[in-house]
Write a protein that binds this ligand. Structure first.
Ligand code: ZN
Length: 343
């Protein structure tokens, strides 16, 4: 068994070794490849439907193990206890305070790459159902998560592997569990009827962390689910399509501008996705280009006798260009006193 185990481990890491022999690729190029590879949606695993493990093999990385399952398959797992010393599970670690973070928002990085699920860490939708109440401004107060209706005492699942930071009762949240994940992301599960985990517990995606309920400030049984980074909540729908139970990306580029209650998830077209994955330099260049364009803009106040052809000649441009800048057509009537952008 031992010989086979070592062989399996070597075989499993061959692609990694092969990758290491490719020195021509720059780090920037490599980084571009990684998110593309894992940007595909990740299906929620079926909770409770885990084949039994019958052997665990070490790899060259103490954090990563290979688990052989009784159905003949295998997968990587991360042993989070080895990460216990990593700063993510030590920095701002308070087990009786919902939000122990103190970093001013403007001091956070412009963009944060979160590895949510890869070959060694999986995902489980905490409760698969259409979002009942979305993230954001609601009834003159901020709603920092999404509300997912559920029948009383329905199992609620940990979304990702992680370590329980809080398991407590709070007046607003009721019975609440907060899990910190290796990426630094924290997920919050509120209004639970019962908590099944304690602070300090390590959990895997798909573990039952509690039963759904209506404790705290709640008007009926539902799961209030939050995603936070450094204490700042963002719309969980950026990560999860709750209706289908799909994790939208294995890697997610969290932008600082999403970390406010006014920034809601918008369904992505391919163009918008490109926009999301733009680099900081690309975004700065784009902003500079727009600023330059705005600075170069020229306006004309319509006087009696003006028409588009005359303006085109006067400002050395074309009728079409003026129309495009103002969203009008050549047959639009020009109103005296109105301002028209000509450059
Ligand atoms: Zn809520």
């Amino acid at each position: 068994m031992r010989k086979i185990s070592i062989l399996t481990a070597i075989l499993a890491f061959l692609p990694v070794l092969a990758g290491a022999q490719e020195p021509r690729m720059s780090i920037r190029e490599a980084e571009k490849l990684i998110p593309r590879e894992v940007r595909r949606p990740v299906k929620s695993m079926i909770p409770g439907d885990k084949p039994l493990a019958h052997d665990t093999l070490d790899t060259s990385d103490p954090v990563i193990k290979i688990v052989l399952l009784n159905d003949g398959t295998w997968h990587y797992v991360k042993d989070l206890r080895f990460l216990a010393d990593s700063s993510v599970f030590r920095r701002n670690w308070k087990e009786n305070e919902l939000n122990p973070f103190r970093t001013p928002l403007q001091d956070l990085p412009f963009r944060i790459t979160l590895c949510l699920a890869d070959s060694s860490s999986r995902f489980c939708c905490p409760r698969q159902i259409k979002v009942f109440s979305p993230f954001g401004w609601r009834r003159r107060r901020n709603h920092m998560g999404v509300d997912l209706p559920l029948p009383m005492r329905t199992p609620v699942y940990a979304a990702f592997d992680g370590k329980v930071r809080c398991s407590m009762y709070n007046r607003g949240y009721g019975n609440v569990v907060i899990i910190r994940h290796a990426s630094g992301l924290e997920t919050t599960y509120a209004h639970l009827a019962e908590r099944r985990v304690s602070a300090g517990d390590y959990v895997s995606a798909g573990d039952v962390i509690g039963l759904g309920g209506s404790t705290g400030r709640s008007s009926g049984p539902h799961l209030h689910f939050e995603t936070r980074y450094d204490g700042y909540a963002f719309d969980p729908q950026w990560l999860i399509d709750f209706e289908t139970g799909v994790l939208r990306h294995g890697y997610f580029v969290l932008k600082r501008k999403y970390l406010t209650p006014t920034s809601k998830y918008y369904p992505e077209s391919e163009e918008e996705e490109e926009e999301i994955y733009k680099t900081e330099e690309e975004e700065r260049a784009e902003a500079e280009r727009i600023a330059k364009e705005m600075a170069a803009a020229r306006y004309h106040t319509i006087k009696a006798g003006d028409n588009l052809s005359r303006l085109a000649v006067k400002y050395n441009t074309t009728v079409n260009a003026i129309c495009k800048l103002n969203g009008i057509t050549p047959s639009t009537t020009l109103k005296i006193g109105k301002k028209l952008r000509v450059k």
